[in-house]
Design a protein around this ligand. Structure first.
Ligand code: CMP
Length: 388
């Protein structure tokens, strides 16, 4: 169905090749739009260049207008917006944060249509912020960052408390020590806060400097605390980010593995072991995945799409649920055939090191792969079964 296909193209979590290209194109259009709006605000810009920037802005805004219509139309396909009827789903989307941002982003296009390119460019400069937000809705990574802050809220809160304790203790001390010498900067505790914040965040403008020895000692301690706070924050966020990305990847691969019947016999604990070793890859149609004679360092499980195995002048078609690339690993030999995608494909990749580790832990699984490899070898050696 056309609507489902368009939804798959626009879905930010969609893994397909076309959807990825669409996302890249979307981000490019937004960046072009932001650049043209920003360029239009330069004071010394030549009139021709200003007019060109306005036209580009108008085109980008018009593209957003059509994108809005498309997203509105496909809203009933979004699982989380399922409602009793299609109009309900569309309404839910229209009032969601993404829908509102997308709607506001098309206002320059409406202005272009009603008031000419100049008016469009001017109103676009107001909405450039919304185009930046649109960039956020197009980048699935933004959700990860929000999630990391949520997951790590307890350690982040502990660092924030430490920050506040140092902030007010240092401001109080600095006020006591420096208040008489520099009343304009340290005359009150709130007034001293500026110097403490600038020092604690290691910014150090140098506009306010303690003059007494005791004041400088307080400054030194604040600086050390500032470095510790930054180190703690970086550590918490970096490890939280890595953990969240790993968790998401695990869930994504888990869903893909569930679609490969070959793994359906395996129990949940074993699946968890397998999922941790698989990586997903997408290929467009007519891409060479495996080249005959090349070294084999991984095997592939097809999740969606079809590939052609070209061997001895014959062609065999493998599709969702099948696997290939196992013979080179098992025989420790070069690839025995070319494998080319016939349609866009999503595959799960298992590299050779993980293959042998898995062989130790999941002998039944590897035995099934071995049996199929043996059958294929016999088929290839003997001229085998008729081409499919
Ligand atoms: P490999 O030799 O690593 O690379 C080419 C792959 O093509 C091979 O592993 C098999 O997975 C696959 N292949 C080879 N012969 C056949 C066949 N007769 N039927 C299905 N797949 C095959």
């Amino acid at each position: 169905m056309l609507r489902t296909r368009i939804y798959e193209l626009l879905d930010p979590s969609s893994d397909g090749h076309a959807a990825r290209r669409m996302r890249t194109a979307g981000v490019l259009v937004i960046l072009i739009g932001i650049s043209s709006v920003s360029a239009g605000t330069l004071a010394g810009l030549a009139p021709d260049a200003r007019a060109a920037a306005a036209v580009v802005t108008g085109i980008v805004a018009t593209l957003f207008f059509f994108e809005y219509l498309a997203r509105f139309w496909v809203a009933p396909e979004i699982p989380r917006l399922q409602a009793a009827d299609e109009a309900g789903s569309r309404l839910r989307w229209a009032f969601s944060l993404e829908g509102v941002i997308d709607l506001l982003a098309v206002i320059p296009a409406v202005a272009v249509a009603s008031g000419g390119a100049r008016l469009g460019a001017e109103s676009a400069s107001v909405f450039v912020l919304l185009w930046v937000l649109k960039l956020a809705t197009h980048a699935p990574g933004i959700g990860v960052i929000a999630r990391v802050f949520h997951n790590e809220r307890a350690p982040l809160a502990a660092v924030a408390v430490f920050f506040v304790v140092v902030l007010f203790s240092a401001a109080t001390l600095a006020h006591w020590i420096e208040g008489d010498r520099q009343p304009e900067h340290f005359g009150s505790i709130p007034g001293s806060l500026w110097w403490v914040v600038v020092t604690l965040t290691t910014t150090g403008y140098g506009d306010v400097v303690p003059q007494s020895a005791a004041g400088r000692m307080v400054g030194a301690v604040v600086m050390l605390c500032g470095v510790s706070v930054l180190a703690l924050l970086s550590g918490i966020l970096a490890s939280g980010f890595a953990e969240e990305v790993r968790r998401r990847e695990f869930v994504r691969i888990w869903e893909l593995v569930a679609r490969v019947p070959f793994f359906s016999e395996v129990g949940a604990i074993a699946i968890a072991d397998i999922v941790g070793r698989l990586r997903s890859r997408s290929f467009p149609a007519r891409a060479m995945v495996v080249r005959k004679g090349a070294a084999g360092d991984s095997m592939f499980f097809i999740v969606t799409g079809e590939v052609e195995v070209r061997i001895n002048g014959r062609t065999k078609t493998l599709r969702g649920g099948d696997f290939f690339g196992e013979m080179a690993i098992l025989n420790r030999a070069p690839r025995s055939a070319d494998v080319v995608t016939a349609t866009p494909c999503t595959v799960l990749v298992l590299n050779v090191a993980d293959f042998y580790q898995l062989a130790g832990q999941q002998p039944a699984l590897i035995a099934a792969i071995e049996a199929e490899a043996k059958r294929r070898r016999a088929e290839d050696d003997g001229g085998g079964a008729p081409p499919s």
